[in-house]
Ligand binder design. Structure first.
Ligand SMILES: [Ca+2]
Length: 480
């Protein structure tokens, strides 16, 4: 059992940690203690990349088991097809244009190193919300919401940070002040360049340490894994490198599977499994690569776009005793929904001075009979351009002249409105816009609602807030 081999040193460490910390009196009475929350967010991992979502290529026994014990959410969307906006939406519960994180200061889709822009310190992140309820909070992994001091996780509600401040492919290059990729602890660089082969493994050990140390109080572990990530050759430790049937991409995914197994096993060992909600998902679909690496099957299209394959992410929710085992939810939901859902679980009131786009999906997670999507519509933004709308089973691609982002042949498809019934036609092969003019009209009205609020295509709407901006000349370059 080569896959189990790496477990041993780690369980020894866990037992040691337990004996060192002892089983002190819990500060929290069992019945009043709100649940722990773990959000595992992979990077660029596609809808069809894991076994329980259809992969025949990658071995993901722990994730498959997690789905057997929990719920598969088949129609859950990231709020963007790219990293930074998707993560901003998850942590604020808002569409990226609402929090002004839909594009970088340089006009690109994601923040680059030494960017003067970052998630506004005025936003109330999910971590900040949970701090009001006494949660221990940490982020282990990839941040990517600003690398300047006021934007770092430790200034945005996280007690601690261990990981990389932005993407794994943002390494030194000519003409840019980008340092060696830093590994950070809190606000300091502790290693550079970081050994990415060890990323998944080290993040896993850190996660287990955090869970163990905080087992007596409610905690929020945000674990944005760096893999499979943005490089052409994703990383894995020796135990997994060269072992999958799909090159480095597959190796990294099989290690992520191992990592998740370790975390769930830790919860069981500490008897925290019945009081911990674990969400496992990805920040966007697998990007187009030649030769092909990741898979978004059976969905159409690639990451970094508003195609189904770009924004629908494979999601598993696990909470033994609360989330029905072996269940499946096909209602429209979004990573933005985690914010109000987790706030509800923690008993933290939502901010009343601002709009939160996410909705509480606890009834969906609990498998409440007849529970429906709380979303009248879900909006697919690329940058600040509204490209598509989903409502119920329907997806309408809006007619666009000047398509932002995406690939050339996909841009050409936007010449006229296209309508698909995703229930009957998941692969979006037959455009039924002409046969259903009244549905197109209704969907255009839904589009107008958000256009009047958030704006569209460089015409900002009144509902937008501002990102944070740091005075560039004094920017800190993250070196050791
Ligand atoms: Ca990503």
């Amino acid at each position: 059992m080569a896959l189990l081999q790496p477990l041993r040193p780690f369980f020894v460490a866990l037992c040691l940690a337990l004996s060192l910390f002892g089983f002190g009196e819990s500060l929290w009475a069992q019945e009043t203690r709100p649940p722990n929350v773990i959000v595992i967010l992979c990077d660029n991992l596609g809808y069809g990349d894991i076994g329980c979502f259809g992969s025949k290529l990658h071995r993901t026994p722990h994730l498959d088991q997690m789905a057997t014990e929990g719920m598969k959410l088949t129609d859950l969307y990231a709020a963007s097809g790219v990293c930074t906006p998707s993560r901003a939406a998850l942590l604020t519960g808002c569409y990226p244009p609402r929090v002004d994180m839909h594009r970088s200061d340089t006009g690109g889709a994601v923040l680059q190193p030494v960017s003067p822009k970052g998630l506004s310190p005025d936003e109330i992140t999910l971590a900040e919300l949970l701090k009001t309820k006494g949660y221990a909070t940490t982020i282990i992994g990839k941040w990517h919401l600003g690398d300047q001091l006021p934007f770092l996780p430790t200034r945005q509600g996280f007690d601690s940070f261990y990981g990389i401040p932005y993407s794994d492919d943002m390494t030194p290059r000519a003409g840019k002040p980008w340092p060696d990729l830093p590994l950070m602890r809190d606000e300091e660089v502790i290693d550079a360049p970081v050994d990415l082969n060890m990323a998944t493994r080290l993040y896993t050990f850190e996660a287990i340490r955090f869970i163990t140390e905080n087992r007596e109080r409610p905690f929020f572990l945000y674990l944005p894994q760096a893999m499979p990530g943005s490089t052409r050759a994703p990383y894995a430790s020796d135990t997994f490198r060269g072992k999958s049937k799909n090159g480095p991409w597959g190796d990294s995914i099989e290690e992520l599977d191992w990592s998740t197994g370790q975390i769930l096993k830790t919860l069981q060992l500490l008897q925290l499994d019945k009081q911990t909600l674990v969400i496992w998902t990805s920040d966007n679909g697998a990007p187009r690569r030649n030769p092909v690496q990741g898979s978004n099957e059976p969905l159409k299209g690639w990451g970094y776009t508003t195609a189904e394959g770009g924004m629908r992410v494979p999601t598993i929710a696990w909470w033994p005793g609360t989330i029905p085992s072996g269940s499946e939810c096909a209602e429209v939901a979004s990573l933005m929904d985690l914010y109000p859902t987790i706030a509800h679980l923690a008993g933290a009131p939502l901010p009343q001075d601002r709009v939160i786009d996410g909705k509480d999906i606890l009834p969906l997670l609990k498998g409440t009979p007849g529970a429906k999507s709380p979303h009248e519509a879900f909006y697919y933004y690329m940058f600040d351009q509204l490209q598509a709308v989903r409502s119920g089973d329907w997806k309408l691609y809006l007619p666009l002249q000047n398509v932002r982002g995406g690939w050339q042949q996909e841009k050409e498809a936007f010449a006229q409105p296209r309508l698909f019934n995703l229930k009957e036609d998941l692969q979006e092969t037959s455009d039924v816009a002409k046969e259903n003019p009244e549905i197109v009209e209704q969907m255009m009205l839904l589009a107008k609602k958000i256009q009047d609020d958030l704006g569209d295509d460089e015409n900002p709407g009144p509902g937008r807030r501002r990102a944070g901006h740091f005075p560039e000349p004094t920017a800190r370059i993250l070196t050791k």
